[in-house]
Design a protein around this ligand. Sequence first.
Ligand code: LAG
Ligand code: CA
Length: 494
Amino acid sequence: MLRRLAVRLLAGAVVVGLLAACTPAGAEHPEPAAAKDVGVQLFHWTWDAIAAECPALAEAGYGWVLTSPPQEHVLGEQWWTVYQPVSYRVESRLGTREQLAAMTAACAEVGVDVVADAVVNHMTGQDEPGVGWAGSRYAHYDYPGLWSDAEGHFHHCGLTADDDISRYDDVVEVRSCELVNLADLATETEPVRARLREYLADLVDLGIAGVRIDAAKHMAPPDVEAIVADLPAQALVLSEVIRGPQEPIRPEEYLGAGDVLEFAWGRDVKGIVQGGALRLATELGSHEGSATYLPSDAAWIFVDNHDTERGRQTLSYADGQDYVLANVLMLASHYGRPIVYSGYAFSDRDAGPEQDGSGAVLPATCPEDAGPARAWADGEWVCQHAWPEIAGVVGWRAAVGPAGEDAQVQVDGRVVAFSRGERGWLVVNGNAEDVTSTFETGLLPGAYCDVVAGRLADGACTGQVVEVADGGHATVTVPARSAVAVHVGARQDG
Ligand code: LAG
Ligand code: CA
């Protein structure tokens, strides 16, 4: 289903007559939409910690969680050991099979879906034999009872000196050679596909509602389609296909398997936020903007993820207020659907999360003052999803629902306002100074609480109250490089 894009960019006008000019006094406010399309990637959160967090996620307005890979993996402290599968036993340093099932049950109880990261392109990258987290023995191309070279389960591409991928402009190499020495599964063969389907079916039995397909670019689209073929129709499938401008493999090729992660959005929004012309963010993915984005209804966007926060292509928690602005723009976006990222602080790219003596990951906890201004020590859980500014706008998105016919954008210089009919209104300020202005909000008259800087607690707003007058006008101060967001679910006089 194609969602209608109703972006209207009206440069240079502070107040533009949009929506009905007057609303009858005392008209009924609409109910919040209670939409559930915001995901959150809880990178390296344990199953127990996610289970404990789900009520807060539901309360904030998140619809689903993306976990780190749940299968048995190689030993080692680095974060990326979980991307080297040893078997498909659901037993990892993030928790046991029982804990995973308990997590999906606890989250389902509060209406939050759990989506697992599925590593199905490859096995380990270890040249020496070893033992995995759950005790399974393995060698680079031999996983007893599962995969072996003798049975033809692996690719040996023979196209490069060490069988490693070297050229991303060669489709065959990208899909049949090894990604950083990781033993590459022969995903075009039926036995391999069948066993991978079995793994995903097991995850579904454990209550998993969808999968991220790790390294999808490194498998041909029919392989990915075959691997996800038996998932329930409503399951979320997120293919990870990193868009490379000069590369022949296009993310669009994977739409037959389900939805696809759009890497371009996070890369493009970084420069836009740093430059301050926030209007440009509303054009990302629209026809005027870039014809190269995935179709909106199949695209998932993100400011950063665990890979990009370790590179320089996107913003990350270390960018503080710019990161908040980018997240607000994502959550207000008419394009695609958003995934908020939440990880731990690091200065070494390889550093894993804090672990106990056995290597089990310690449960995540969020500091009380988690937010853009805090200084983070290595290993601390950054809890971006709980930063008040981000969580508040997640609640805004849940309350206003998907952008429909009533979705509008108004631009005045570096100030951009998003209107969502009578359900909500949001404004971002790309200037280095506060801006006070009178806006046409489209809202019914009333006193609304700004959920970026404040919260409605026991009927009182801890931040700015936006007084909407008859006709929808409101005079609002938008803090420098920040935002104000109001919605029908947080009315002081409601
Ligand atoms: C992904 N998407 O396609 C993940 O998002 C990404 O995080 C994974 O790489 C990659 N695919 C493989 O699943 C990560 C790290 C790599 C790491 C790899 C395997 O970014 O740095 O490679 O996981 O653990 C590491 C070393 C390599 C080494 C390899 C094999 O960095 O030097 O060759 O392990 O031992
Ligand atoms: Ca492959």
